[in-house]
Design a binder for this molecule. Sequence first.
Ligand code: SF4
Length: 418
Amino acid sequence: MIVRRRTRQITVGDDRVGFVKIGGDAPVSVQTMTAGYTFEIDKCVAEIQKLAAAGADLVRVAVPERKDTEALKEILPQVTVPIVADVHFHFQRAMESIEAGVHKIRLNPGNISDQAQVKDIIQACKAKKLPIRIGVNEGSIVERKDKQKRLKELGGVFSDNKNGHLLAIMIAKLEEYLDIFYEEDFYDIAISAKSIDPLLTIDAYMEISKRFDHPLHLGVTHAGPRETGAIRSVAPLSHLLCSGIGDTIRLSYASDPKFEVEDGLELLYVLGLRNRIGAELIACPTCGRIQVDLFTLVQDVRKQLAQEIRLPIKVAVMGCVVNGPGECEGADIAIFAGDRRGIIYVQGEKVANVPEEEILTRLLEECRAFQDKIERGEARLGEKKVDILPPDPLGELGSGWEKVQKEKIGGVSLPVIQ
Ligand code: SF4
């Protein structure tokens, strides 16, 4: 079980959209950012609502121009999820967003650094009880205005120990910026320190978690398309989350942001950091024993489950019965494919043996019927295990259990299982 680092807590939202707590004892939240233009009001509202429906706890929007903050006034009353204004360079955009009724502000110390302006933003947020995320990004922490200074700093960063220097600059920027907030007696702060480098990301958040007690927004910046960005993001985020660090996450993909939400939630589900909403699908990787089109079947099952199943029913789709029974133990509903057929079990009971073309329909019927039974109180999730013996006997080598009973394997003591 993951023991989470206890931080201060911030609250984002209002009576209409509800409140999301970040840090403290709140569950880790998932956020994303719209990909479209904020000033295109109808499209922006539709995108925000799509992301909320996918499970986003907060949605961030870009406000590079006055027309974007103007649009916020019309967008905010139409959405059902807290909105964060992402502010860069223009301090006025922060003030306009606050005025428009946004629920949180994100500031980048790398491009809004005028102390008086930062103080104005802090006071405006304080008056409306809005939290601020301070987002230090690897790409914006080296000097930008003074070219000579920039060259010198970049030279220093790239001479040796690149990550060590970047980490030091990130921490220094953060400390300097936080001092302004503390001077104003403002503590409703979340912190992020994103890098494209997974190892620097881990080092940065580890260091920040030791120095500050503000909730942390985890992410890897410009991680790439989902296909590769998922690995780049999930590798450091898993490490941090398993170490108890991280209070809200954003995966950053050059893809439809709904995938950031889906993958972020799945990461939290598999780590046991959030209670699953909707079905859990497990499936075998397939191999040369397969006798049905399992790839297509799994994708179809995944799509349909996402649309139709509200409860965390565990569904296993297995290509055959060689390892299937063992691998899907604990599933509420399982299908084992065979010679162009599928055998379906519901909580350990065989309920159907159907030809390949009927597997999807029948499996979904069983899932829906099982969901109804649970809602009527006639069944309980995870109550009965799938308990089917595979065709192969264990043989003379015995089972792992027998070795555990002897308590030792290769000199390693094993815990005694009651
Ligand atoms: S369940 Fe069967 S088909 Fe699927 S990977 Fe295992 S052995 Fe292969």
